[in-house]
Design a protein around this ligand. Sequence first.
Ligand code: PSV
Ligand code: MN
Ligand code: MN
Length: 388
Amino acid sequence: MTVIDDITPELEQLAIEVPSWAYGNSGTRFKVFATPGTPRTVQEKIADAGMVHRLTGLAPSVALHIPWDKVDDYGALASYAADHGMTLGTVNSNTFQDDDYKFGSLTHSDAAVRNKAIDHMYECIEVMNVTGSRDLKIWLADGSNYPGQADMRSRQDWLQDSLRAVYDRLGENQRLVLEYKFFEPAFYHTDVPDWGTSYAHCLQLGEKALVCLDTGHHAPGTNIEFIVAQLIRLGKLGSFDFNSRFYADDDLIVGAADPFQLFRIMAEVVRGGGLSPDSGIALMLDQCHNLEEKIPGQLRSVLNVQEMTARALLIDRPALTAAQESGDVLGANAILMDAFYTDVRPGLAAWRESKGLPADSMDAYRASGYQDRINSERQGGQQAGWGA
Ligand code: PSV
Ligand code: MN
Ligand code: MN
């Protein structure tokens, strides 16, 4: 039987990128509740992310969102991150909070608006050049609300042209990851609604363009692990935005709503070699903590990913393959479920301790006094999504 000690070399490779915006205040369109201790600057967000990494050893990089995290000197920001044991990761573009983008950005019928959006992507690439970030993430709010409102077909052509202009600006080691989402904010049609559309554009662009799969961006009932398997098979899975959902784009803590789904997804990542650093698959969180404290929320999230990854690594692959190939339906299912039902928490706690990390990262955070300190030091924390 496979035990935790057998899988630690693979588990060691797990690295989860945290989003800067998870540390800011967020909410719904009804209300944004302020949480004590919320960062006032991007530097404070990075410091908090550094705390998550120190307590778990799991989250060595933080993603930026431009212009929310805009600073004058990105080189200095990268050094600041390094001082906190962190690197700056994916740069997320933002073409959804400007009046000019009301009817679209990279897909807009007006070339002037498309060019403005392309210029914003260039600005993000400039940031990446200084921070050393590899990935530019593009999520578009583009779409329409009523049949007939927009020419869906032309918008696909404009989208490809715009993406081409962005793609051609990428450096040798840089990549573009194109995220899809089936609805919202547009309710009738969305210009990049599904993995197939993202894949088609990425394929046309070239090898530096890859699909970003946000786990909260699918219709209920979608078999997400199938999409994972397919994109890995095609060599086009660039990154994940992990979160969990009960209803729509809830952005709740990954693994909270459906740990079994996270296990199934991680099983396909492991199966596809996605844990290895040279797989080119970035594991990121895309979450907001509306009610709970942000740092414990992020700790819980990265630990959830680690726990489900460990369970996925425990799957007895040779036995599973044998059962699958001999038509042993329930036997195969039982092998998968055995791994899923294994409580890996004590084994992971012992492993953490053996590496000089706290056995219980959540407890260690509570005992650290960090939250009390930031609660008293920081007044008027930033709202995620609106910058300084
Ligand atoms: C909007 O749906 C969204 O949640 C996308 O998932 C992006 O990744 C994120 O915002 C940050 O731009
Ligand atoms: Mn996302
Ligand atoms: Mn989303």
